[in-house]
Design a protein around this ligand. Structure first.
Ligand code: ZN
Length: 311
């Protein structure tokens, strides 16, 4: 071990020793793969793919982790090695944790009646990395999920154990962080061209006319890749919302409300609700589209509350 410039010990060699060790062993799914859970998932996701219903139904592949989850009563299978690793990181000052991403691979479909078992290994402990949240180590675990003993898929899950970056003193002269840039690619470029022209464009399937948002290369209803667009009228209501308190992100000052806006056309969009304090946003509140000039490069569709939220 050696002391590094910011006083946090570099313990990477010790951490590397945990790679390949068991993170959880001999887990057993609490339920067989079953139709009610598949139906609830599809309803929650709005996924009407016919492959997930009927006598030949398979489970949506993205449900892979759902079959391994312990629910409120939890699982007891976490290994000593994993607990030790987290304790080592805590002890080195990396006391905060954030889940960063997951990656799944599907090897065979899961069907109602399949009995799920799983185990997990600590696959990778990264070198010390500095992120906007702070400095720490990424820990990747790989869970192998088996159906009736046969490998059905893998679920890689990555967390960052980190020491939070010290807050920058206010008025330190640094420019305020900019809002994140949208990732514009060939599948969504038309949407951003619409925004530039102050038009909120929704895709419409060229075969079955189903509207979809966000933009996707194909239709979730019929699979068609033909599409055109319709311009949203701009009327909408708050379908749901969350108030963000933590963690703070650069360019966003918590608390703030993030709204899921249902457009009059029926599709939903995640956006800011403006013209109303964050704690006055309400489900069902009527809102109207505006375009907000965020900075010299970025303009975003946002939604202004129409009834003022009495505050
Ligand atoms: Zn369609």
């Amino acid at each position: 071990m050696k002391d590094t410039h910011d006083g946090v010990r570099d313990i990477h060699d010790g951490l590397k020793a945990y790679e390949g060790r068991v993170a959880a062993t001999a887990g057993v799914g609490k339920d067989l793969v079953n139709e009610p859970m598949i139906r609830h998932w599809c309803e929650a996701m709005g996924d009407t793919n016919p492959a997930y219903a009927g006598p030949e139904a398979v489970a949506p592949p993205t449900m892979l982790q759902a079959w391994t989850m312990g629910g409120l009563s939890g699982h007891t299978g976490r290994s000593e090695a994993y607990d030790e690793l987290l304790a080592l990181l805590d002890g080195a000052g990396y006391t905060s944790v954030v889940a960063t991403d997951c990656e799944q691979e599907y090897l065979r479909p899961l069907r109602p009646g399949d009995a799920i078992t799983f185990d997990a290994v600590i696959e990778l402990v990264s070198e010390r990395k500095t992120t906007k949240l702070g400095t720490g180590h990424f820990v990747t675990t790989r869970m192998d999920v088996r159906a009736d003993g046969e490998l059905a898929g893998t679920h890689r899950f990555r967390i960052l154990k980190y020491a939070p970056a010290a807050a920058k003193p206010k008025g330190s002269g640094e420019p305020a962080a900019k809002r994140p840039r949208p990732v514009v690619n060939r599948d969504n470029a038309g949407f951003w061209e619409g925004v530039a022209a102050h038009r909120l464009l929704v895709q419409r399937c060229g075969d079955c006319a189903t509207l979809r948002f966000p933009w996707l290369p194909g239709c979730n209803t019929c699979g068609s890749r033909e599409w055109d667009t319709v311009e949203a009228s701009g009327a909408g209501t708050v379908f749901s919302y969350v108030v963000m308190h933590h963690p703070p992100f650069p360019a966003f000052a918590p608390p703030y409300a993030v709204g899921l806006i249902e457009l009059a056309e029926g599709v939903r969009i995640v956006s800011n609700v403006i013209g109303v304090p964050y704690d006055k946003v309400r489900i069902g509140m009527p809102v109207r589209l505006e375009f907000l000039r965020v900075d010299e490069e970025l303009e975003l569709p946002v939604f202004r509350a129409q009834d003022g939220g009495e505050g």
